[in-house]
Design a protein around this ligand. Sequence first.
Ligand code: FPP
Length: 255
Amino acid sequence: MHDLVNPEASAALPHHVAIVMDGNGRWAKQRFLPRVAGHKKGVDALRRCIKLCSARGVKVLSVFAFSSENWRRPPDEVAYLMELFTFVLRREVPKMVADGVQLHVVGEREHLSDRIKAALVRAEQATAHCERLVLNICFNYGGRWDVVQAANQLVQAQQPITEAALASKLALAHVPDPDLLIRTGAEHRLSNFLMWQCAYSELYFSDVLWPDFDEAHFDQALASFAGRERRFGMLPEQMASASTASPTPNHLIPC
Ligand code: FPP
């Protein structure tokens, strides 16, 4: 369970950035290309964003690559995204190791093919020792699925369901909650992404389509974050003393 105030997030820089990478399909359509060309280009944007996080000092990046609801898309697009994911896992791992990126694939695995399961386990193992940036690729992930699977773990262990116990069983329990959630593609919703974890995240919506999201756009999001006043339900003066207190205040409760 993480405290509401993440001790590692400075006021100016988010420790953990989460991104809904939206707009691949429209990017392709604008160019009279098949939708999957947008997803392919989206991988380039993701690679760029990983490098930017490392360069700017962001420590955790979580991206929404395939939602629990994306199975409803046309079968050929679903098949393409599965292939792309397997391909990316294979091709990018040596680069991730070189760049110090520790990969976690987050989501329901049971219904993924054996090939994908094997590829993601291999990729996670190969990057487990890396420490510069934690990259969570949320794949076959949904916020509601996450809360339900966490609750089921507690029920099976006959543990009482408390906020702290539930948080400890969520798929992102290995990292603090996101400080900044970015959504590209001009849509203003969470779409079932990290709903528990984003309770106190700062939200940033960009009209830019994901394949076009570049360094300047990323820095605009960081600049917007730096200008926010985060209060976690408290008064500004309480936040000032909470952020200087040591160790992390554990009396902070959500309102
Ligand atoms: C949403 O855009 C994007 C997705 C459902 C897939 C995201 C995948 C990538 C960015 C590729 C990298 C991911 C992997 C495999 C690691 P959309 O298709 O909903 O776009 P639209 O709203 O314009 O139709």
